[in-house]
Design a protein around this ligand. Structure first.
Ligand code: SF4
Length: 294
């Protein structure tokens, strides 16, 4: 059971280095520190982030909504606000109890900023009405899905809702006019880097209303994140750690097997299903035109 610990943050919104070609963000916010989804490959375990008890507690920034309201009111540039970089904004117990993501979205809707949510959770649907309101400016929800096999996902992302649940949530969002798609990252070497897996993800995403897939064929590993990942490999996939060690040694970037061929395959399958491989970025001029219609 995760401990929820209340803290006061000094600031909330961080500027994202430009250009952010992957997610199109100008600002990023983390309402929580720590994440109950506990993906075995999570980069937030890396030493540089100094999250000492990643497996045991979530820090809740209880003054986040006041900070957000104040900081957004001072922004002259209406850039895309992202959430979901170092934790999932729908980390379940914390969000059900504190509703910080839900409240933050209400502030974003009131102040008419665009948003891009990155999540592995169907809990996002609790905020559907607010997202519809934000979508009068621009709202995007990306679901991370790296396998359509619920049993495999249970091993890799033990605290997160299943890929099936994420796909159903995607379908609901798409039916409500929200721009939604898949972040296909990381594609884990030796586990998820098969043509069958990539093809199944594209087909499922297209069938559930996705309009894009953003891929990264490989995983990054370092210090205590790598140690945790290897420990889980020993328990879940005996013998696989040795293959990683032989292939990658101490290197940070660990590409998927046949990464270039998988990229070509993804591009071809996406074309077949009418998907693109980038997310639509926020354009203030078109948003102004859209708002003038209301
Ligand atoms: S959902 Fe994201 S932040 Fe949470 S454990 Fe998984 S990879 Fe880490």
């Amino acid at each position: 059971m995760f401990a929820l610990k209340e803290i006061e943050a000094k600031t909330l919104l961080a500027h994202v280095r430009q250009p952010d070609t992957w997610f199109g963000l100008k600002y990023n916010m983390n309402l929580y520190r720590g994440c109950e989804h506990q993906c075995i490959y999570c980069d937030s375990r890396s030493e540089c982030y100094q999250i000492e008890d990643f497996g045991g507690e979530v820090l809740v920034k209880v003054n986040a909504i006041d900070l957000l309201r104040r900081e957004l009111a001072r922004k002259r540039v209406k850039g895309m606000i992202g959430t979901g970089a170092m934790n999932d904004p729908y980390t379940p117990r914390a969000e059900r109890r504190y509703n910080l993501t839900g409240q933050a979205l209400e502030v974003i809707a009131q102040l008419r900023f665009p948003v891009h949510i990155l999540t592995k959770s169907d809990l996002v649907l609790k905020d559907l009405d607010t997202l519809r309101e934000i979508n009068r400016v621009h709202a995007v929800v990306s679901f991370t899905i790296t396998t359509t096999d619920d049993a495999l996902a249970r091993k890799l992302e033990p605290g997160a809702p299943s890929p099936s649940a994420r796909l159903r949530a995607m379908q609901t969002l798409a039916a409500n006019g929200i721009h939604t798609g898949v972040t296909l990252m990381p594609v884990l070497p030796f586990i998820e880097d098969s043509a069958e897996n990539i093809t199944a993800i594209v087909k499922s995403a297209a069938a559930h209303g996705a309009s894009y897939i953003i891929p990264a064929f490989g995983v990054t590993l370092r210090d205590r994140q790598r140690a945790y990942y290897y420990d889980r490999l020993d328990k879940l996939f005996p013998g696989l750690r040795q293959e990683y060690e032989a292939r990658f040694g101490e290197q940070y970037h660990c590409p998927a097997n046949d990464a270039d061929a998988l990229r070509d395959l993804l591009d071809a399958r996406c074309r077949e299903h009418g998907l693109v491989t980038e997310v639509s970025h926020y354009a203030p001029e078109s948003a102004a035109r859209q708002l003038s219609l209301f």
